[in-house]
Design a protein around this ligand. Structure first.
Ligand code: ATP
Ligand code: MG
Length: 228
């Protein structure tokens, strides 16, 4: 039988930034495979490069060395069209800093992936309604996103990442602004969705308690991944 390609693969990826005039290698040599439906935990100290790694996977920044593959096909960055397409259709990114359009409504923010895609069906709107209710923001539908609390913004960012049924969720500390109960509710939402429509996830977090949900957990340290 032919071996199935992983959903995502990184091969010897490196990325550096100029920080205070000095070039610092944030990601030195990262190789990683994520299979369809697999949940992977990513931990590491503040500043170790977790957000950089997720941004690289989403095609928002380019690697200096190494290669990124989607379903075995190398990701090329010419004109950014292909990464942008992948991001819209197959990746749900829950950004650490939410990246909401602050002067648009909760509902408009939620529909953003559908608007970028350019067309949608009534069932997509139904799903958006359902997600809005599941994250407890139905009564805030017309509220400007910029007026939400930190935890509400985080829940909206989570719903928005799920609206197009992505095959990979990049979750950058998605529970950081939530209390214990709400975090559990959001985890329940992800777990129940996973049963109906399996999606892979890279979950950045700092809570040991969350490792039990992940098949593998990596620590990012000095630019390299170490399996926990
Ligand atoms: N575009 C950029 N230009 C210059 N430096 C950057 C850029 N993006 C990130 N960095 C630097 O790279 C390092 C890693 O940042 P990153 O945001 O990936 O860390 P992190 O592991 O996500 O940290 P945290 O847990 O605090 O969110 C930091 O020192 C940061 O200042
Ligand atoms: Mg970060």
């Amino acid at each position: 039988m032919k071996k199935q390609n992983p959903l995502l693969a990184l091969s010897h990826v490196a990325k550096s930034f100029r920080i205070s005039g000095k070039r610092v290698e944030i990601l030195q040599d990262i190789s990683l495979e994520v299979h369809p439906g697999q949940w992977i935990g990513l931990m590491g100290n503040s500043g170790s490069g977790k957000t950089t790694l997720l941004s690289l996977i989403a095609g928002l920044i380019r690697p200096e060395k190494g290669r990124v593959f989607w379903h075995g096909k190398r990701l090329h960055y010419f004109f950014d069209i292909y990464p942008a397409f992948l991001r819209n259709r197959y990746i749900g990114f829950i950004f650490q800093d939410f990246r909401l359009i602050e002067n648009e409504s909760v509902w408009e923010n939620l529909l953003l992936p559908l608007r970028i895609k350019g067309w949608y069906h009534r069932k997509d709107l139904k799903r958006a309604e359902w997600l809005l209710e599941r994250v407890g923001l139905e009564s805030h539908r017309r509220h400007k996103a910029g007026l939400l609390s930190g935890g509400q913004k985080q829940r909206l960012a989570l719903a928005r990442a799920l609206v197009l049924q992505p095959s990979l969720i990049l979750a950058d500390e998605p529970f950081a602004n939530l209390d214990e109960n709400t975090s559990e509710e959001m985890m329940e939402l992800l777990l129940s969705l996973r049963k109906e429509e399996p999606f892979a996830m890279i979950l950045v977090h700092h809570r040991k308690k969350l490792t039990k949900y992940c098949e593998k957990t990596y620590h990012l340290k000095e630019g390299r991944l170490h399996e926990a």
